[in-house]
Design a protein around this ligand. Structure first.
Ligand code: NAP
Length: 311
């Protein structure tokens, strides 16, 4: 058996590529090393999303579930917990090798996002010691935060959006190392109109506790202040684990995959889309990844079927 298309990565880009491939009746397999949904499902499932067209507000987990359901109900085969490791040339086609099996395919779309990523740590004393016991990198069950003192760290969309999610049910503060935020203005405006205490130009320098976090030491303009805190939620970006990009045999630029405007890589039959690709003007947004996926899928279709209109 030979697939028309194998997609590596079941985040928004990979799933959208699968949806488009299915409208063209391509026999499609989507592989994901962990669970489907990508960053939406694993990093911030409860986070509100207010810029995905057609939804004034949805949450990441729901959007992921809709995308997964859409791709599989259109006929895509989805293998979760199966890690693609290498892409070989094989009797005129490609062979995708995984940690479980190998599959023959006519084309491949790489949509591995930021790869197997992990949240960045602050690196201060107490952080590792209290991980899971008051130090978190994604939002714990909101019920457990009710009426507690919660500190959020970071100045990007993730930190601000998470703080907004709990500010009405807990005493919340937000620590950011600059006096202005990186987050979108619309989100900053919501924070400024909320009950969240903003602690700007400040760094978390120590997390203290007994069997659980009890306080956090914050440094502002050289001055230290110990604040009683029940939980600290750190959102200062993510660090990719080494992406096994060498296995794909495509040209890279600063560790990301170089693509042209058709989302073609340097290797015949191999396309890429989403956070894993690099080009001038790249904007890391879900909707952009989905747009690139539609292009990648169309390019793969043209490559596989050579329709008269693409000649
Ligand atoms: P981010 O935008 O990279 O922001 C990380 C924040 O953490 C920055 O404010 C950064 O400060 C701060 N930081 C980094 N290292 C630090 C350290 N060692 N100590 C203290 N602070 C530190 O990360 P993100 O918020 O997770 O967002 C990631 C990407 O996803 C972004 O492109 C974002 O736009 C996108 N996203 C979009 C949405 C949405 O559209 N609704 C929602 C969430 C995320 P500096 O600013 O000083 O560097």
């Amino acid at each position: 058996m030979i697939y028309d298309l194998i997609i590596i990565g079941a985040g928004p880009a990979g799933l959208t590529a699968g949806i488009y491939a299915s409208t063209r009746k391509l026999k499609t397999l989507i592989l994901d090393a962990t669970e489907a949904g990508g960053q939406l499902a694993s990093l911030y499932p409860e986070k509100g999303i207010d810029n995905y067209p057609g939804y004034i507000m949805t949450d990441a987990g729901q959007l992921a579930a809709h995308l997964i359901n859409h791709a599989t109900s259109m006929g895509c085969e989805l293998h979760e917990g199966e890690r693609a490791t290498e892409l070989k040339d094989f009797s005129g086609h490609l062979q995708m090798v995984t940690d479980r099996a190998s599959y023959e395919t006519k084309a491949v779309i790489i949509a591995t996002g930021m790869g197997l990523f992990k949240p960045k740590r602050i690196g201060c004393p107490g952080e590792l010691e209290f991980e899971g016991r008051g130090v978190y990198y994604k939002l714990p069950d909101r019920e457990t935060l009710k009426n507690k003192r919660i500190m959020f760290v970071g100045g990007g969309n993730s930190a601000l959006e998470m703080a907004l999610l709990v500010c009405d049910q807990a005493e919340t503060c937000l620590v950011h190392r600059r006096d202005t935020y990186r987050a979108d203005e619309a989100i900053v405006e919501k924070v400024q109109g909320s009950k969240i205490e903003q602690i700007l130009s400040s760094q978390v320098v120590e997390i203290r506790g007994t069997d659980h976090v009890t306080s956090v030491v914050v440094k502002t303009n050289g001055k230290l202040e110990e604040r009683p805190i029940d939980a600290i939620i750190v959102n200062i970006g993510t660090a990719s684990e080494a992406l096994d990009m060498e296995g794909w045999g495509v040209e890279l630029e600063d560790g990301l995959i170089k693509v042209d405007t058709d989302m073609c890589t340097s290797r015949r039959g191999v396309f890429a889309c989403g956070d894993v690709v690099a080009y001038k003007g790249k904007y890391k947004q879900i909707v952009v990844a989905c747009g690139e996926a539609a292009i990648a899928s169309n390019s793969a279709y043209k490559y596989i079927k050579e329709p008269y209109w693409a000649k």
